[in-house]
Design a protein around this ligand. Structure first.
Ligand code: PXL
Length: 269
């Protein structure tokens, strides 16, 4: 039977991120992808002054209707939320659908929150994180969720501390992305309860492209729901993102050209 994933994140009309990334990636992995948009934005917040319509009042009724029609999912992938109330609405949805939740607490990067994200949202996201089976923060988000000061280069001890703090309540796996043990390398580090720490490093590319975190979480979610273990799923996701970065010539707010890598992704499954 085809696997089914519901992804809850924003729909940015222009600029690759969130739903415009997760939907094609999960489809290319042979997964039936359903969506619940948390907000509609003219562009993601990396462009100046986007028009933003949060769908805070609509998340609950959409979730209720999905239950009424008997919708079932093998996993729920949660990403960018537009305000703290959305975290509460999402909590209700995930408690109604009995399936693993993968959370990418998309809130910031490079030590800073994205435009429009408040401290209140950080604590709402932390509550949500404790109810997710897998949490996929970047270093900035891992520090914010745990109240640890941001540091660009993180050693094994700090990564273990961040991962252990995030592995609470329902969370059994944490994968921290954008981890830099030194100036020349980058990768991920994680913790799976009962299995210990794992990590992966590749040479650092000197290009920062929009949406790569969302690409990582979409590929991870797809591979995880197809039965890969967290290290395998995260390695596939990292390799995909590396190919996207290497295959994108121009750095623009439109983001990484992941489309060209979808045939490769399909071949890996
Ligand atoms: O890629 C994360 C992300 C998701 N959604 C919106 C964003 C961003 C990052 O800037 O602005 C709307």
């Amino acid at each position: 039977m085809m696997k089914k994933v519901l992804t809850i994140q924003d729909l940015s009309c222009v600029g690759r991120c969130s739903l415009t990334v997760a939907l094609p990636i999960l489809s290319a992995m042979g997964i039936h992808c359903s969506v619940l948009p948390t907000a509609v934005l003219s562009t993601h917040t990396g462009f100046p002054d986007p028009h933003i319509r949060p769908l805070t009042q609509d998340i609950g009724p959409i979730g209720e209707h999905l239950q009424q029609v008997g919708a079932e999912f093998d996993a729920i992938l949660v990403g960018y939320l537009a305000d703290p109330e959305q975290a509460e609405a999402v909590l209700e949805i995930i408690s109604a659908f009995d399936c693993p939740v993968i959370l990418d607490p998309a809130m910031g990067d490079h030590g800073k929150l994205y435009k429009g994200i408040t401290e209140e949202q950080v604590s709402a996201m932390a509550d949500l994180a404790s109810m997710a089976e897998v949490v996929l923060p970047n270093v900035t988000e891992a520090c914010m969720l745990t109240g640890v000061p941001y540091q660009q280069q993180t050693d094994g001890q700090v990564l273990r501390m961040l991962s252990e703090r995030l592995c609470r309540m329902k969370t059994n796996t944490v994968v921290i992305t954008g981890v830099s043990p030194n100036a020349d390398n980058t990768g991920f580090a994680g913790l799976q309860k009962g299995e210990g720490m794992f990590s992966y490093t590749a040479h650092r590319r000197d290009k920062t492209l929009h949406g790569t975190g969302d690409m990582f979480s979409a590929v991870f979610a797809g591979a995880y729901v197809l039965g890969r273990d967290p290290l395998e799923a995260a390695t596939l996701a990292a390799n995909f993102v590396e190919r996207v970065i290497d295959g994108t010539q121009e750095v623009t707010p439109y983001g990484g050209e992941f489309e060209a890598q979808l045939p490769w992704l399909w071949e890996q499954l």
